[in-house]
Design a binder for this molecule. Structure first.
Ligand SMILES: [Zn+2]
Ligand SMILES: [Zn+2]
Length: 183
């Protein structure tokens, strides 16, 4: 089943600690964590382009940021010294002396966009970040990131066309919950 394969592929860097203290969840992209949590928005992992489907509650910004940094750690690298906001054109974050602080500043800024209820569909890739990790990701994932420049990134499945979709969403979320908690 697709949900089991996606969870296992992410487990090396994402959810070993998250399941205990963070309110992260890993769900198929066609599900809506907002609906699951009855939350106005959810914070998606920046590394959705390599298949990470982890979302965090709005109150868990720090865990969301730490999780994003864990992706760089998994590649045995540090965050890039320069990155941009994935929502707006203006914001550029550069900190050559303290890479993690620069990255945290950027992520807090992006969290502000989500808090203003800007849609995930408004997100654009930070191609600098993608280049930063390029040699660690698959050719297929890299090619997919390049397609994002031609159309908005987003998940059309976030809109439920029929009630059965909500049922499926809950079903797979429960299935992932069991996997993550080791049941
Ligand atoms: Zn992730
Ligand atoms: Zn911005």
């Amino acid at each position: 089943m697709s949900s089991s394969s996606s969870s296992s592929s992410n487990s090396t860097w994402s959810l070993g600690d998250a399941s205990s203290s963070y309110s992260a969840t890993s769900i198929p992209r066609y599900c809506s964590p907002q609906i699951l949590w009855n939350s106005p928005y959810a914070l998606p992992c920046e590394f959705g382009f390599i298949g990470c489907q982890v979302f965090f509650r709005p109150s868990d910004v720090e865990a969301w940021i730490s999780h994003s940094i864990s992706h760089f750690t998994a590649f045995d690298i540090r965050p890039p010294s320069k990155a941009i906001c994935t929502f707006c054109d203006e914001a550029v974050f550069e900190n050559k002396r303290d890479l993690e602080s620069g990255w945290r500043e950027r992520m807090n800024h992006i969290a502000g966009h989500f808090a203003r209820l800007q849609s995930e569909e408004e997100l654009r890739p930070d191609f600098g970040v993608i280049e930063h990790v390029r040699k660690f990701i698959s050719v297929e994932d890299y090619k997919r990131t390049q397609r994002y420049s031609e159309r908005p990134r987003g998940c059309p499945g976030l809109v439920f066309p029929q009630p059965s979709a909500l049922f499926l969403c809950l079903y797979f979320a429960y299935f992932d919950f069991l996997l993550l908690t080791g049941h």
